[in-house]
Design a protein around this ligand. Sequence first.
Ligand code: 5GP
Length: 194
Amino acid sequence: MKLLEKRIVLDGQVLGDQVLKVDSFLTHQVDYELMKAIGQRFAQVYKDQDITKVVTIEASGIAPALYAAEALGVPMVFAKKSKNITMNEELLTTEVFSFTKQVTSTVSISRKFISSEDNVLIIDDFLANGQAALGLEELIKQAGAQVAGIGIVIEKSFQTGRQLLIDKGLTVTSLARIEKFESGKVVFAPADDA
Ligand code: 5GP
């Protein structure tokens, strides 16, 4: 998605050799116009797949996932990273190792929000080593539902996540794919929606 690639070049900051900071439009301050365009792009790619729910993980997946859900006309559910006292129903639960926080946390979704009838589009902000996406797939599997695909805003193609997901038979749709960081600049690979 050219608009997204342009914004990454304009506002993204490369940190070290593995991390991209995009806190001015995606992970802290959020550009709703860009998020809406991203959500609509995901919806366009998956429009014929009878998606019944969009599922993401808090926090930065929520904005693009919500706009994808709006464009598809289905509910959006986000997995929670910590349990609170209002979550008193049956939970779907798994462990996810966070690439940016370097800790393992328990993520969960109330059982009542995903049924075996659901055909789910997973959305996340970044794909690095695939642990967040795999965790979401595990929760959806626990509910007996189907995963139609995984929509990623920014994939770092030099990390292991994409291959891991493809090896599991999952479809990955990344709107921006980063081949490498070179002298602090982003080098893109062809995006999946090109
Ligand atoms: P994975 O689970 O695929 O290893 O990592 C994906 C998760 O880690 C995303 O949900 C995102 O929150 C975070 N993440 C991974 N790489 C980056 C990055 O380069 N920049 C930012 N801001 N977050 C990242």
